[in-house]
Design a protein around this ligand. Structure first.
Ligand code: AMP
Length: 119
């Protein structure tokens, strides 16, 4: 499967649609989820065109992967979530119900987040 250049996060990266940005650097952009599932719910995305964690971990450069992981940690610190705790989650593919085919890590915080999976 090829990367879809018209996915909504690609449009956000190109500045074609707005987002509520909370962080940006050379490798990553972070913005508030439009349909928050926790008091704090932010998405962190790599700037490169990667569909999911499988694509990114196989094809991302070392600099992209390092930069992205550091950005996820920085976003969590910037949101003051570290002391109370936070959860990160990345849906990959059909069984995980990934909706947007550009890798994104959800950062949830701001309350006790309960059990890991609600099935
Ligand atoms: P996933 O199911 O992991 O692919 O999650 C996609 C997430 O993207 C959902 O939590 C949506 O609420 C969120 N989302 C979709 N469109 C936007 C948008 N334009 N701005 C911010 N978040 C969005």
């Amino acid at each position: 499967m090829a990367y879809d250049n018209d996915n909504i996060f690609a449009k956000i990266l190109r500045g074609e649609i707005p987002c509520d940005k909370v962080y940006e650097d050379d490798h990553a952009l972070a913005f508030k989820d439009i349909n928050p599932q926790a008091p704090t719910h932010v998405l962190v995305i790599p700037k490169g065109a990667y569909m999911d964690m499988d694509d990114f971990s196989a094809n991302g450069t070392d600099a992209e992967i390092t930069g992205f992981m550091r950005a996820v940690g920085q976003v969590a610190r910037d949101l003051n979530t570290v002391d109370a705790g936070y959860r990160i989650l990345a849906n990959n593919g059909a069984d995980a119900n990934q909706e947007v085919p550009h890798l994104h890590v959800h950062v949830f915080a701001g309350k006790n987040l309960g059990s890991m999976l609600a099935l």
